[in-house]
Design a protein around this ligand. Structure first.
Ligand SMILES: *Cc1c(COP(=O)(O)O)cnc(C)c1O
Ligand code: SF4
Length: 347
C-alpha cells in the first residue's frame, strides 16, 4: 500500500538511491549500478504494486541489461548536444529557440534517458553561470523561445523558477517559454498552489507558456496525476503538450500508443512528439529499428484523428537535429511513398 500522506518532498527525499536501498525494497539482488538512480518513494510503491515486469519497473528500475549495454554500443551524447553548448547553461541548435538547463535534478531517473551519461557525470554543459546565460539570450535577438530542460525544471523551487521567468520576461525578443518536464507524471504532488500561481502569472506575461509533459504509457497516469493535470488545466492560457519516447518493451505497439494519446487527451494534453529512442550508452536495450517504428506509427493513422497523432521524430545522432521519421526523405528518398495501408505510391 502506498502511504497516503506522503508529501512530494518526503517522497523525493526518502526516494531509493543506492543499490542497497533498491535491492532491499524490491527484494532483488543487483550487483552493480552504473548510473545515477532515484525512484521517489510513492513510485517505488507503485512499481511494487504493478510487479517487476510491469512498465514502471522496466522504465525506472536499474537493471543488469543496462550494465551489459554500458560496456557495448551507444553514445555518451547521442544527440550531439556538446557541439551546440553555449556559455552559461545553454544549448543552441535551432535559430529561433534554445535550451536552458537550469538543473540536473529530476523527479525520477529514467533508465532510457538520453542525457544519462552527462547527468551521471555532472557534465560541463550543466555548469551554472546565470549571468552568462542572461547575456547570451540578451545578445541573441533571433532567439524567440527559451526551452527549460535539464534535469527537470519543475524540480526548481517556485522562487527560483519565478526568478528565472522574471529575468527572461525583461528580454524583449523572448516571446515563448516552454518547460520540458516529467514531474506532472512522476511526482504529481509537486504541482502545488505555489507553482500554479507562478505558472499563471507567466502564462499571462509571455505570448505562450507551454509545458511539454513527458509520458510514455497510460499506466503512468493514476488519480494523483489526474488531479495534478486538473490543477494545470485551470490555468487557461497554458499550452499543455506531450512528448513520448517510443521504447521497446514499453510502448512499441499501436494499441498502447492509441490508449495513451486518448488518455492524455482527457487530461487536456495535446500530443506533440513521439521520439524514436536515442542511441544512448546504457539505454540500448530500449532500441527498436526505424522500420519497426514506422510501421507502428503508420498504424496510428487508422486509430486516431490527425490532431491526436504526435510527430514521430528522431534526433539524428551527431547533432544533426530532429527529423520527422515518417517522411521517407528522412532516410534515402526512393521516389516511392508507402502509405498506412502499405500501398506503394510512386511520385
Ligand atoms: C529538441 C530541441 C529543441 C526543441 O525543438 P522543437 O522542435 O521546437 O520542439 C530545441 N533545441 C534543441 C537543442 C533541441 O534538441
Ligand atoms: S526526467 Fe528527463 S532528463 Fe530526467 S532522467 Fe527522465 S528522461 Fe532524463
Amino acid at each position: 500500500m502506498i502511504p497516503s500522506e506522503l508529501s512530494w518532498k518526503d517522497s523525493f527525499k526518502n526516494g531509493l538511491r543506492s543499490i542497497e536501498q533498491v535491492n532491499q525494497f524490491f527484494n532483488i539482488s543487483l550487483k552493480e549500478m552504473h548510473f545515477d538512480n532515484l525512484i521517489p518513494l510513492h513510485l517505488a510503491y507503485r512499481i511494487k504494486e504493478q510487479g517487476l515486469d510491469g512498465i514502471l519497473a522496466k522504465q525506472f528500475l536499474p537493471s543488469n541489461e543496462e550494465i551489459a549495454d554500458h560496456q557495448e554500443d551507444g553514445l555518451n551524447d547521442p544527440i550531439g548536444d556538446q557541439n551546440f553548448s553555449r556559455p552559461g547553461q545553454i544549448i543552441h541548435r535551432y535559430k529561433n529557440r534554445a535550451l536552458f538547463l537550469p538543473t540536473t535534478v529530476c523527479p525520477v531517473v529514467c533508465r532510457y534517458c538520453f542525457r544519462k551519461n552527462e547527468l551521471s557525470n555532472n557534465d560541463e554543459i550543466f555548469k551554472s553561470d546565470f549571468q552568462k546565460t542572461l547575456e547570451y539570450f540578451e545578445n541573441h535577438p533571433e532567439i524567440e523561445e527559451i526551452i527549460f530542460s535539464g534535469g527537470d525544471p519543475l524540480m526548481l523551487s517556485n522562487e527560483k523558477l519565478e526568478s528565472y521567468l522574471n529575468s527572461f520576461s525583461k528580454i524583449k525578443h523572448i516571446k515563448y517559454i516552454r518547460l520540458h518536464s516529467r514531474t506532472p507524471i512522476s511526482l504529481p504532488q509537486r504541482i502545488d498552489t505555489g507553482l500554479t500561481e507562478v505558472l499563471k502569472k507567466y502564462a499571462n506575461t509571455f505570448e505562450t507558456l507551454s509545458i511539454a509533459i513527458h509520458v510514455n504509457h497510460k499506466e503512468e497516469i493514476d488519480a494523483d496525476v489526474t488531479a495534478a493535470m486538473a490543477r494545470l488545466r485551470e490555468i487557461q492560457s497554458l499550452n499543455l503538450l506531450s512528448q513520448t519516447v517510443l521504447l521497446k518493451g514499453i510502448n512499441d505497439c499501436p494499441n498502447i500508443l492509441e490508449d495513451l494519446f486518448k488518455k492524455i487527451n482527457r487530461l487536456g494534453i495535446r500530443p506533440y512528439y513521439l521520439h524514436h529512442p536515442d542511441k544512448v550508452k546504457g539505454g540500448m536495450h530500449f532500441q527498436l529499428d526505424i522500420k519497426a517504428g514506422r510501421i507502428i506509427y503508420a498504424n496510428l493513422r487508422d486509430k486516431l484523428p490527425g490532431w491526436l497523432i504526435p510527430q514521430y521524430v528522431l534526433d539524428i545522432p551527431g547533432g544533426y537535429g530532429k527529423t520527422p521519421l515518417f517522411n521517407p526523405e528522412a532516410l534515402e528518398f526512393s521516389g516511392v511513398l508507402i502509405n498506412y495501408k502499405s500501398q506503394q505510391i510512386k511520385l
